[in-house]
Design a binder for this molecule. Structure first.
Ligand SMILES: [Cu+2]
Length: 219
């Protein structure tokens, strides 16, 4: 595995871009709001402008766009910038950038997840639990045997794909350096058991993973 950026790190970077842009805009709008509040505050009706939206009065003039056009320009630049920044991310997440270390087939069914390991590892099947080693690029090939489901690992952010009968969608992650357990959920309302359609992703050390493979092969 070359030095790939884990997709969730990329996701967080993008999230922070959006957060900063939102903070800048919210700051600008709030500042203008407070500024105008004091600037145009009056109790003298003679000072009301043509576009004063008072009770029982319709504005007669047209509101002038004035400096707002610059704010509009800034907004446009930010939105365009974020849109452009998002394209490489979606490509990165959706197209597996290089050959993965492990490919695991995932089949959703009502109501659970079946995982099949590659033939060279024994080709065995696990139900609602998938064990993978640390610091490994894992690809999931996801499909369904009955209705529409969606496979997602919330801790890994962008890691979510539809599980559709007759179609194979893929998803890849880089497992962390430390062992841990992560939830896998179904993200498509698929029937009465949808909410119990949960599985576990177990990230273990490579020694533990070898032991797991031997144990499975011994059966
Ligand atoms: Cu489901």
């Amino acid at each position: 595995m070359e030095n790939l950026v884990p997709p969730q790190e990329y996701w967080w970077m993008l999230f922070n871009y959006y957060l900063i842009a939102a903070a800048i805009l919210a700051g600008g709008v709030t500042t203008l709001l407070v500024y105008f509040f004091f600037k145009y505050k009056t109790n003298n009706e003679d000072e009301y402008g043509d576009d004063y939206p008072g009770p029982g009065k319709l504005p007669t003039g047209y509101a002038k766009i004035g400096p707002t056009r610059y704010l509009l320009l800034v907004t446009g630049i930010i939105v365009l910038g974020l849109t452009i920044a998002t394209f490489p991310y979606t490509d990165y997440v959706e197209l597996t950038p290089q050959a993965p270390d492990i490919t695991i087939w995932v089949t959703g069914y009502t109501f659970g997840w079946r995982f099949q390991y590659p033939d060279e590892m024994g080709g065995f099947i696990t139900i609602n639990e998938v064990v993978v080693p640390t610091n490994t690029m894992v690809e999931f090939k996801v499909t369904s045997q009955d209705v529409f489901h969606a496979f997602g690992i919330p801790e890994f952010k962008g890691a979510k794909v539809d599980a559709i009968p007759g179609l194979v969608n893929s998803l890849w992650i880089i497992t962390p350096d430390e062992p841990g357990e992560y939830d896998i959920f179904c993200y498509e309302l698929c029937g009465v058991g949808h909410s119990i359609m949960v599985a576990k992703l177990k990230v273990v050390t490579s020694e533990e993973f070898q032991r797991f493979l031997e144990e499975k092969a011994g059966r």
